[in-house]
Design a binder for this molecule. Sequence first.
Ligand code: ADP
Ligand code: MG
Ligand code: MG
Length: 200
Amino acid sequence: MQAEPVLLAGLIEVCRATIAANSDHLCALDRAIGDGDHGTNMQRGCEAVSAEEATVSSLPLPDALERIGLTLVMSIGGAAGPLYGTLLMEMGRELRKSDQGQDFSSALKQAIDAVARRGRSHAGDKTLLDVLYPVQDALAHRSPLTDIVRRAELSAGFTAAMKAMRGRAAYLGERSIGHVDPGASSCALLTIAICRYLEE
Ligand code: ADP
Ligand code: MG
Ligand code: MG
């Protein structure tokens, strides 16, 4: 499977621009239940990926995704780096198996499970998994992009009612309730940006 260079370059740019535009918002969410750096962490990661966009776009899709994942691990830092990094690296590895009948949504499912193992976390723990699993479910059911957008928005919002079980927010226990999880929010913003770009 060859990466569509123009499409991949566009997606990288749309993700970078979305995170840049929402960096302050993501930091504010993280200030409420963490250490206030999620926006700057994600921005650093996206800038690093953008810087090697030309190289990445020339690779076959599985290699491109693995490379992006590695760059995210090295540049985002914090908790989110290894988690977003694992997501992209595992997507790459799973898509390499596509000749064995692996489709996009089941590759995504495997990759999300790898993130959950890496974070020792589950759905309902108030993390980015609470957006990733619902979005994957919508994809598996072949929902239209507008429904996936809605699902991402809603599921990020639902994390406000959850008590954090993992990451820094877990130290707050009950006091984490009432705040949207920053990682869930970045994940929803990226999902929405990608869907809107693909719709065009
Ligand atoms: P840090 O907490 O190291 O400052 P970030 O602020 O960049 O890292 O990322 C925080 C986000 O990472 C959280 O909002 C949550 O969504 C996610 N997260 C943290 N720990 C875990 C974990 N163990 N499993 C899944 N997601 C996690
Ligand atoms: Mg943080
Ligand atoms: Mg931090």
